[in-house]
Design a protein around this ligand. Structure first.
Ligand code: NAP
Length: 244
């Protein structure tokens, strides 16, 4: 269904991004795997993707670095062809109450989670406009919808992703490009491994379980496919009902 399309997935070496890369490749897309430091994981994912008979290439790139992102998008376009599906998934947390949160922890989270998405949208934008087609899928969070105490920086970055998504959806709609966000709840990855998943947490999730990276990947696959051609500026929660 995505045969011949090029998907660029940031933060694809682990967790949700890895599941997204696999899901898009299973459906025929060639994948650019963007990672920050975990080269072995990124390379091993690429080997796995190639076994699915698609092209896959890993690129080390700090999403917060404007020039690195520009160079990476140029390299992907040269090696795999222009990007058809951009998934802004890379993200970090630096949790703490505002009272004790350091300035650098606020800046780091905004720079990776929010500016990182802007950087990739900015540098993929001309290619999308030339093709008059494309999909942008930004990974937000229920923290951006509800606000989460102890995560002011993260919640702000993820709420910012929703504003960014809606603004760019309006900008690019005339060119046939759809821009949407996915807001996961508690998903089992490295990011949440230290969160105490007691009955208190599970009690807040109507479906009674934490999510799997594949749950998020299914929503991204839907938004990347032909079935979502008339959906733009939307935010899909994948949270077991947490933020109802
Ligand atoms: P994760 O397991 O911690 O993986 C983070 C990924 O982002 C890794 O691939 C990492 O690369 C990459 N990354 C981090 N900083 C980067 C940077 N500066 N430049 C490029 N890549 C960078 O996280 P996850 O749980 O899969 O989360 C993925 C996304 O979903 C994030 O945006 C997160 O905020 C969002 N989300 C997660 C949950 C959840 O419950 N897990 C809930 C809501 C939203 P390396 O491997 O190279 O370090």
């Amino acid at each position: 269904m995505l045969n011949g399309k090029v998907a660029l997935v940031t933060g694809a070496s682990r967790g949700i991004g890895r599941a997204i890369a696999l899901k898009l490749a299973e459906n025929g897309a060639n994948v650019a795997v963007i990672y920050a430091g975990q080269q072995e994981k990124a390379e091993s994912l690429c080997r796995q993707l190639r076994e699915l008979h698609v092209q896959a290439q890993a690129y080390r790139c700090d999403v917060a670095d404007f020039q690195q992102v520009k160079d990476t998008v140029a390299a992907v376009s040269k090696n795999l062809g222009g990007v058809d599906i951009l998934v802004n998934n890379a993200g970090i947390t630096r949790d703490g109450l505002v009272y004790s949160m350091k300035e650098e922890d606020f800046d780091a989270v905004i720079n990776v989670n929010l500016k990182g998405a802007f950087n990739f949208i900015k540098h993929c934008y001309p290619g999308f406009v030339r093709k008059r087609a494309g999909r942008i899928i930004n990974i937000s969070s229920v923290s951006g919808l509800m606000g989460n105490g102890g995560q002011a920086n993260y919640s702000a970055s993820k709420a910012g992703i929703i504003g960014l998504t809606k603004a760019v959806a309006r900008e690019l709609a005339g060119r046939g490009i759809c821009v949407n966000a996915v807001a996961p709840g508690f998903i089992d990855t490295d990011m949440t491994e230290n969160i105490d998943k007691t009955n208190t947490l599970l009690g807040q999730i109507p479906l009674g379980r934490t999510g799997k990276p594949e749950d998020v990947a299914e929503a991204v696959l839907f938004l990347a496919g032909d079935g979502a051609a008339y959906i733009t500026g939307e935010v899909i929660r994948v949270d077991g009902g947490l933020a109802i």
